[in-house]
Write a protein that binds this ligand. Structure first.
Ligand code: RET
Length: 273
């Protein structure tokens, strides 16, 4: 079995019934399948969006590809990290590591935030200023949390300290998002309907769905058990689908509404009768 528990996740210290092992395998599959489906959706609908907002669809597609590859790998690792003997799935020398998720976030978090900058139609100067604050704050949030998760089974002190530092950056990023959305109310084209309200709802949506990730971080503290692992991988998957795929669909809906406000007409591909 595993030589040392330094730097590994609690997934590798437990045994699973076929039921528990099965659920995690299936949920991880749902995770990457949803990214593949999202990819097709964003590519095929980008034409409905005015050129000035279309980058949002491309950014969603970038997020889909990187998350697809990461979750596909994690799903395969889940199978190689355990072996079935005497009625239970037991750890092998191959570790299952959530650290890959954090590396994926280094791509996806900046992309998701830049998408918001695109949709809000900020001036070049505002976009640059907010974009810089997001990318720096977001990356610091991820990498400090990444360090902390190495200690989840060995040492609670650095686990809590790095988690707390990461939370400070998280609050900072949320603050910048809120500020930017408020500011953008003055910038949007014509405001024919309730778009500023829609953007405020996006803020609350981000707050609720992103907060699933710190809950998953805390899972070894909440329940150090096989069911705790099942819960953690379900929480991660719900977060991966809501923060990437559904978030992208919401922003593309808003971009479509903005495009209508600009009287943008998508090119018609088929001939009329
Ligand atoms: C960590 C460490 C513990 C404290 C906090 C965290 C926050 C993570 C967040 C991640 C968001 C990721 C997204 C990925 C989408 O692709 C790093 C778990 C606060 C908010 C949106």
């Amino acid at each position: 079995a595993i030589q040392t528990s330094a730097g590994i996740n609690f997934e590798n210290l437990l045994t699973y019934t076929p039921f528990q092992h099965g659920i995690v395998g299936h949920v991880l599959t749902l995770g990457y399948a949803a990214q593949a489906a999202g990819f097709v959706y964003f590519i095929t609908t980008s034409n409905n969006i005015a050129p000035r907002y279309r980058l949002s669809s491309s950014l969603s597609a970038v997020v889909m590809v990187s998350a697809f590859l990461e979750l596909l790998q994690l799903s395969q690792d889940w199978r190689s990290a355990f072996v079935y003997t005497d009625g239970l799935w037991r750890p092998t020398n191959d570790a299952f590591s959530n650290g890959f998720r954090y590396m994926n976030w280094s791509i996806d978090v900046p992309m998701l935030l830049l998408q918001l900058v695109v949709i809000l139609g900020l001036t070049r100067k505002q976009a640059f200023s907010y974009g810089t604050q997001f990318i720096i704050g977001g990356l610091l949030m991820i990498y400090t949390g990444y360090i902390g998760q190495f200690y989840e089974v060995t040492n609670p002190i650095p686990f809590w300290i790095w988690g707390a530092i990461s939370t400070v950056f998280y609050i900072y990023v949320l603050f910048v998002i809120g500020q930017m959305i408020n500011k953008s109310a003055d910038n949007l084209p014509k405001q024919p309907d309730n778009l500023p309200k829609a953007m405020r709802n996006v803020f609350w949506y981000i707050l609720v769905t992103w907060t699933l990730y710190p809950i998953a971080y805390l899972m070894p503290v909440i329940s150090f058990s096989a069911w705790g692992v099942v819960a953690r991988q379900i929480i991660y998957t719900v977060a991966d689908i809501t923060t990437k795929v559904i978030y992208g669909a919401i922003l593309s809906y808003i971009a479509r509404k903005h495009s209508e406000a600009l009287e943008y007409e998508p090119a018609v591909a088929t001939s009329r009768r």
